[in-house]
Design a protein around this ligand. Structure first.
Ligand code: NAP
Length: 294
């Protein structure tokens, strides 16, 4: 049996169309153009690509896109002043400070300065706390994307045993909260977990967000289980080039799993569209309009 391919690219394209239509409706009905500001400190090539794609996607959807580029040696105070300026800018509804920051800059104080209403990555303590309380308006983009894929490909996950490998603030923790809210029985594993393969074999759904290329093997997967691979790892392709692989040994795991996300074309494709969804949600909330129907 070969697993069903969970096509993140196709799901993302559908959501993108809905967001573009909703953005057009907001503009004609309310004169509202959602605005996304990206802040990049330094010139890490991977971060530059991510930020450029976010700006391009925003523009393609009819959003306003603002990019702030600061040199790697920018001061903490200068960075915080920029964040405060964007907080006060009424044409900007979402602010994304690309992480990680260069050495010497403190991410915590950036997140403490960022207006939670504009925190479209949902990384501020306010938004993390609202998620914990079941009252989140803005949900971390990659976990939100995973939930949409599960909804489309699995349906009701109530009572399912779900294993989340990884406990980062960016992915693992918010993902576990969303899964719990959807009534799954959630297990969280991390680098200190004992006998991870045995824990994984019990799971109906395995969500891997580790950052270790192809660590999750086929014999960790219960036959028919759903595998969601969040990992994005660049590895040597052997021909002097590099290629992207996930945290799951995809080729072998797809022969055991019931459904599986590829890398690329799975979870990653959803993340950027969910960021646009958050920007739209933030724009509506800041203008006292109902949440967009997506
Ligand atoms: P992270 O902050 O580095 O967290 C990695 C997590 O994996 C940690 O909780 C760590 O445990 C755990 N871990 C590390 N080694 C392990 C092991 N041997 N066994 C079990 N757990 C282990 O990474 P992240 O930001 O969550 O990202 C994880 C991966 O997802 C990366 O490949 C990243 O590129 C990718 N990602 C993709 C998207 C997307 O759009 N698709 C978005 C975000 C992240 P400890 O807490 O004990 O250290």
């Amino acid at each position: 049996m070969t697993a069903t391919l969970i096509d993140g690219k196709a799901s993302a394209a559908k959501l993108r169309e809905k967001i573009a239509a909703e953005a057009a409706r907001l503009k004609s009905a309310h004169g509202l153009v959602p605005g996304l500001a990206t802040v990049l400190v330094g010139n890490d090539p991977a971060s530059e690509v991510y930020v450029r794609n976010k700006g391009k996607t925003a523009e393609a959807l009819g959003f306003k896109s603002v990019h702030v580029a600061l040199p790697a040696d920018t001061s903490q105070e200068n960075l915080l002043a920029k964040v405060r300026e964007l907080n006060a800018d009424k044409s900007v509804h979402g602010i994304l400070v690309q992480l990680p920051l260069p050495k010497g800059l403190d991410e915590v104080s950036v997140l403490d300065t960022l207006d939670p209403a504009k925190d479209v990555d949902a990384l501020t303590p306010t938004n993390a706390g609202l998620l914990l309380s079941g009252r989140a308006k803005l949900v971390s983009c990659t976990p939100a994307g995973v939930m949409l894929l599960l909804k489309e490909y699995v349906g009701d996950i109530a009572g399912k045993d779900v294993l989340v490998i990884g406990r980062s603030l960016l992915f693992g923790k918010p993902a576990a909260q969303l899964l719990l809210a959807a009534n799954a029985t959630v297990t969280m594993a991390h680098s200190r977990s004992k006998d991870l393969p045995a824990i994984a074999r019990r799971a109906d759904i395995v969500v891997a967000a580790i950052g270790k290329p192809q660590m999750v093997k086929a014999d960790w997967i219960k036959p028919g289980a759903v595998v969601i691979d969040v990992g994005i790892n660049r590895v040597d392709a052997g021909d002097g080039k590099t290629r992207l692989v996930g945290d799951v040994d995809y080729e072998a795991a797809k022969e055991v799993a019931g459904a599986i996300t590829p890398v690329p074309g799975g979870v990653g494709a959803m993340t950027i569209v969910c960021l646009m969804q958050n920007t739209l949600i933030a724009a509506c909330a800041q203008n006292n309009l109902p949440a967009p129907a997506l």
